[in-house]
Design a protein. Structure first.
Length: 202
């Protein structure tokens, strides 16, 4: 049995300024984001026998992972499969915060060259999950869309059907998996803390 703990990166400058970005070295964590990362690290200490900590290479995710790693005594391992959604022409695009750009794309009212597809994110996240199934308990720091894409796969939902999945910054999503990605059971989804009830189900 493998425990996979997905963490969405903590609040970054891009979140505050409502900018979409898949740039690797821009938009660090805000002071609030650093505080969020420290708080979630303390929550993660409640989980026994965490063996590895993986991170997207994007700065805001890696900074989050580094803060978590300092608390847990684990050095983050960069894994490209956890990276932000490839945004193509939307990279560094300012948004209104409502997610309207996603709806426009789904309705074919907006065409964006180079935007990574939902299925592409599912495939790489599936591949990541499959690759860690021999571990005991691992943490993976990633981004909203990639985490949401894999959760939607487990729930047999498409992108629009998974619209209501909420994953705030520095939130915790835990999967308990057997020998295949399809076997993964969702223990918690976008949780801010780990309650005794959640911990009892790990």
């Amino acid at each position: 049995m493998t425990l996979i703990v997905f963490i969405r990166h903590a609040q970054a400058v891009s979140n505050v300024n409502k900018i979409l970005s898949d740039d690797q070295n821009q938009y660090p964590l805000t002071d609030e984001g650093r505080s969020q990362a420290k708080n979630v690290a303390k929550e993660l200490k409640k989980i026994p026998k965490i063996t590895k900590l993986y991170s997207s290479p994007i700065l805001r995710a890696y900074q989050t992972a580094t803060i978590i790693g300092e608390e847990l005594g684990i050095v983050p391992i960069i894994d490209e499969r956890l990276r932000e959604r490839g945004l193509g022409e939307l990279n560094n695009y300012r948004i209104d915060g409502s997610g309207e750009w996603r709806l426009k794309i789904i309705r074919r009212e907006l065409t964006v060259k180079g935007l990574e597809s939902w299925d592409s994110m599912i495939r790489r996240m599936y591949d990541f999950v499959k690759s860690v199934l021999l571990e005991e308990s691992i943490i993976a720091v990633s981004h909203y869309d990639p985490i949401r894409a894999f959760i939607s796969y487990l729930l047999e939902l498409d992108e629009i059907s998974a619209w209501g999945i909420s994953l705030p910054n520095a939130s915790i999503t835990i999967l308990k998996c057997k020998d295949t990605p399809e076997s993964c059971k969702i223990i918690t989804l976008g949780s801010p803390i780990l309650t005794n009830e959640i911990l009892s189900r790990l």
